[in-house]
Ligand binder design. Structure first.
Ligand code: PEP
Length: 250
């Protein structure tokens, strides 16, 4: 049975003090539904976030990691280092990593392998650009992102995969995919996973939607049968908004 999940990607926001303040506010909120709540602060604040949340049900995730175990990769962080501080969930493939840091599907496949080797859960992001959608190519693009980065995995590895469909044109733009557009793509993704693996894998994988989710639209989007929650950017930086989104599952 797949899980509902609401994950907040804080991106490069919140220093140590602001991280503590937001976490204090989040801990005062009541999760009235059944969604798992995840937050992804910046690398430097991961341990303090993890430590402050050790007495709560909120999970801490990293926003990225390097594919190597260790070595001469100045400025990078490995899966083992994340695990070493208690963080066992990582976001991979965010469109900002793909666009600004040139992360390809092939590189992401290596990161996926390294995360799984270290028993981490992956929130794998993918989605089409505006021009792909205008050209009617969104399913081709999304299908190949999935295939290139994830379809080398065995079916058993999929218990550690969460998918996050994030149409690039809807991220941080205020433009949201309509609930129907989200449902159509999520159904396509689930069908594609079922065709590659089997219906068990497809029915058990959580597929989150990301792209300008807000308290005002969360309930309608999450109400669609193949939408199992959201990856939230801007609205995750305010405890009230974030928990209004979490409680769309109440
Ligand atoms: C994101 O960056 O993953 C995201 C969905 O951002 P926003 O909610 O701000 O569109």
């Amino acid at each position: 049975m797949r899980k509902n999940i609401v994950a907040g990607n804080w991106k490069m926001n919140n220093d140590l003090g602001a991280t503590a303040t937001l976490i204090t506010a989040l801990k005062q909120k009541k999760n009235e539904g059944n969604a798992e709540v995840i937050i992804a602060p910046t690398f430097v604040n991961l341990y303090s976030a993890f430590d402050s949340l050790s007495d709560s049900n909120i999970t801490v995730a990293a926003q990225n990691m390097h594919q190597a175990e260790s070595g001469a990769y100045t400025g990078e962080i490995s899966a083992g280092m994340l695990k070493g501080i208690g963080v066992d969930t990582v976001i991979l493939g965010h469109s900002e990593r793909r666009a600004y840091f040139h992360e390809s599907d092939e590189l992401l496949a290596q990161k996926v392998d390294s995360a799984l080797k270290n028993n981490m859960r992956i929130i794998f992001c993918f989605g089409e650009e505006l021009e792909d959608r205008k050209a009617g190519k969104e399913e081709n693009v999304v299908g190949s992102q999935l295939k290139n980065a994830l379809f080398h995995l065995d079916a058993s590895a999929w218990s550690n995969i969460v998918l996050a469909y994030e149409p690039v044109w809807a991220i941080g733009t205020g433009e949201t995919a309509s609930p129907e557009q989200a449902q159509d793509m999520h159904a396509f993704i689930r069908k594609t996973v079922a065709e590659k693996y089997n219906s068990d894998v497809a029915e058990n994988v959580s597929i989150l939607y990301g792209g300008s989710v807000k308290p005002a639209n969360a309930k309608e989007i999450f109400g669609k049968p193949d939408v199992d929650g959201g990856l939230i950017g801007g609205a995750a930086l305010k405890a009230d908004d974030f928990f209004d989104i979490v409680n769309a599952f109440a």
